[in-house]
Write a protein that binds this ligand. Structure first.
Ligand SMILES: NC(=O)c1ccc[n+]([C@@H]2O[C@H](COP(=O)([O-])OP(=O)(O)OC[C@H]3O[C@@H](n4cnc5c(N)ncnc54)[C@H](OP(=O)(O)O)[C@@H]3O)[C@@H](O)[C@H]2O)c1
Length: 303
């Protein structure tokens, strides 16, 4: 019963690997740099070294698997990120179509159900469709907005500002990626699901960015206020940083295309996961923001 895990050094993948080890399973992990696995973990897994953008490697390294966990590793920085992500999944799709992979657990996203108009999230919708067409059993985990995205705003947070392209007052699902890893591992280990399954992973509660700013004010021990950022401002910043037009639209579209979305999967006991933003932010974000403050970040931003 071989279980293959991609992105074993990532936030979700590393948690899934840990739980598989604790369940007594020896997973096969696909890593481009096995040295990035912690040494104790490395001894307990079968490592295949390779790049997930190498379709031949993925095709060969997933063959014979009962279940594969697939996370799209493609950063949205190329001229056509959706096409890049589809190309990266091609080796897995081919292995599933050939009957060499029985089941796939896909790390998908809220918004993938739209199929179009949600920037780089569209890639996950396309991968869902490609995998569904293979005849393999597929589970699409449509995850909410990862808490860890906040770590992309350290300089602003150090200055007391939480910028967002979403509507500040509109709640959305926020989730700890570690909790996503828990659900991934549970599904990799479960033997009794078949066909096509779609499951939300929605975190403990829906939160607006305005509410997130309040929670961060408590967890970080410093005042944080939300600041709405327009799509065109984000476009200009990304273009100014040198991203090609396709990548800019891919990033902008993720929020622009989902800011009014009601997820296809309702919040319920299956989609709700335990870790609160307050607990996560205190443990993981506060040290990073404190460090950014020590480094002098955000000193002009709070005015
Ligand atoms: N952020 C969100 O709000 C959100 C919401 C829903 C779904 N998602 C999905 O979550 C996924 C990211 O999960 P995460 O946060 O757990 O990832 P992460 O912590 O950012 O880690 C990225 C992982 O991808 C690996 N990787 C990157 N490029 C690779 C390549 N070319 N070949 C092999 N491995 C490669 C990295 O390996 P190294 O250690 O070698 O760098 C690392 O293990 C994405 O697919 C995204 O679509 C995100």
């Amino acid at each position: 019963m071989t279980i293959v895990v991609t992105t074993p050094t990532g936030r979700v993948g590393s948690r899934a690997v840990r739980l598989l080890l604790q369940a007594g399973v020896r997973p096969r992990v696909l890593a481009r740099d096995p040295a990035r696995l912690d040494p104790a973990t490395r001894e307990l897994v079968d490592v295949r070294r390779g790049d997930l953008t190498d379709a031949a490697f993925v095709r060969e390294a997933t063959a014979g698997a009962r279940t594969v966990f697939w996370a799209d590793p493609t950063p949205p920085i190329g001229a056509d990120p959706v096409a890049d992500s589809e190309r990266t999944a091609a080796g897995l799709v081919e292995a599933a179509r050939a009957g060499d992979v029985a089941r796939v657990v896909l790390l998908s996203s809220v918004g993938a159900e739209l199929r179009r108009g949600a920037g780089h999230i569209d890639a996950l919708g396309r991968i869902e469709e490609s995998l569904d067409a293979t005849g393999a059993d597929t589970l699409h985990l449509r995850c909410g907005y990862f808490f860890s995205n906040l770590a992309m705003s350290l300089d602003d947070l150090a200055g007391g500002v939480l910028p967002t392209q979403f509507r500040p007052e509109r709640p959305l699902a926020w989730v700890d990626p570690r909790d996503v890893g828990d659900v991934v591992a549970a599904r990799l280990l479960a033997g009794d699901w078949h066909g096509r399954v779609v499951q939300g992973v929605h975190g403990p509660e829906d939160l607006s960015f305005a509410r997130v700013a309040e929670i961060l004010t408590g967890a970080l021990g410093r005042p944080v206020r939300v600041r709405a950022v327009g799509d065109d401002d984000v476009r200009a910043a990304l273009a100014g940083a040198g991203l090609p037009p396709g990548a800019v639209e891919s990033v902008v579209g993720m929020a622009a295309g989902t800011r009014d979305l009601v997820p296809e999967q309702p919040r319920d006991v299956v989609t709700t996961t335990p870790t609160t933003l307050a607990a996560w932010a205190y443990a993981h974000l506060r040290p990073l923001v404190d460090e950014a403050v020590r480094d002098g970040a955000g000193s002009g931003a709070a005015a």
